[in-house]
Design a protein around this ligand. Structure first.
Ligand code: SAM
Length: 321
């Protein structure tokens, strides 16, 4: 097992199945143009092989399938079914939910137990403004469909000043009523946000979120897994919500995440431009591939920040949120 001086190792793998997305969210892409798949994306078989090797070489225990938008990838059905057949502690999926209803049968049949849906507002107009595509009701029907089939749902919301601050409480109430854990994600200084004023103008921190919630609910801090990205709060008698407080309460020192991009690069840290190509080792026999991977993983682990997310021009769509 490869472990660094802070005791960190790679336990969680996030696989960006494709860089393509059917949304064009303002914090993820700069120009409103929808993202298309990179020409050099790995095939589904190659991605699956990469996952198997990473489980063996790094001791990966949990996998999150993400993107881009994973549900629009032709690789999705087979990849999900394959990953569900591996000996993993946990498999999860992050989606914008637009195709959740359409894909509900495949998802439920795969045996996956939980899904994260990214949803920044319950207002149809601001939904279109933020996502620059999609339809709110379709997402809500998708959430209902998978919940009805017994899957656990979490919703991720990025609060942004001037965009959806009025939604902090409506989103929480919506989630509490449906037994959904809402996680507010502090806006991350990534990609095009590294330049210009958008990040500073829109960023909303943990304390402001808590102050707003505190006007309506009493809450107290509650348990979160040691390498969890979110700090969690319990509202007695109502439920739990979380904040992924990249800025206000960085979790770098307990980060166990490794990311695989759709074109075959490993990223040890969201806040680093370093990346490590593994597409060329996937055809090697196991013993050679695993030996090569060991070296790559040592370098990827060394990319992790020691304390705090600094932000990078790296774009989330390539490496998966
Ligand atoms: N398309 C899928 C979805 O929407 O969940 C998966 C990919 S998306 C990049 C994953 C998550 O990253 C979403 O919850 C999105 O809100 C979040 N995200 C993207 N850019 C971000 C940024 N600059 N700061 C905070 N969250 C961001």
């Amino acid at each position: 097992m490869i472990v660094d001086a802070q005791g960190r190792r790679f336990r969680n793998l996030r696989v960006s199945l494709t860089a393509a997305c059917n949304y064009a969210c303002g914090y993820c892409v700069p120009n409103g143009k929808r993202l298309i798949a990179a020409e050099d994306e790995l095939t589904g078989d190659q991605m699956f092989r990469a996952v198997e090797l990473l489980i063996a070489a790094a001791g990966v225990e949990k996998i999150r399938i993400t993107g881009g938008e994973p549900l629009i990838s032709p690789k999705f059905d087979t990849f999900l079914t394959g990953v569900m057949g591996l000996a993993l502690n946990d498999v999860s999926l992050t989606t914008n939910g637009q195709f959740l209803e359409a894909k509900a049968d495949v998802i439920v049949a795969s045996g996956i137990r939980r899904i994260n849906v990214s949803l920044d507002t319950l207002n149809p107009l601001s939904f279109r403004h933020i996502a620059r595509s999609g339809d709110l009701d379709t997402v809500l029907r998708g959430i209902e469909a998978v919940q009805a089939a017994g899957l656990r749902v979490k919703i991720n919301m990025v609060p942004m000043r001037g965009e959806n601050l009025d939604q902090l409480l409506p989103m929480l109430q919506f989630c509490l009523e449906r037994d959904i854990e809402l996680r507010y994600i502090e806006l991350m200084n990534m990609g095009h946000l590294k330049h210009g004023a958008q990040y500073q103008q829109q960023f909303v921190g943990r304390d402001e979120i808590l102050e707003c919630i505190g006007q309506t609910y009493e809450f107290s801090r509650t348990h979160a897994a040691y390498d969890s990205t979110s700090v969690r709060y319990e509202i007695p008698g109502h439920g739990v919500f979380g904040i992924i407080a990249n800025e206000s309460e960085p979790f770098c020192s307990a980060c166990t995440r490794l990311r695989l991009s759709s074109n075959g690069y490993l990223y040890g840290c969201l806040s680093s431009t370093h990346r490590h190509f593994i597409g060329d080792i996937l055809d090697l026999p196991d013993h050679l591939a695993l030996a090569r991977l060991q070296g790559v993983l040592v370098n990827a682990l060394a990319d992790k920040q020691s304390l705090q997310f600094r932000g990078e021009v790296t774009v989330m769509k390539f490496i998966g949120g």
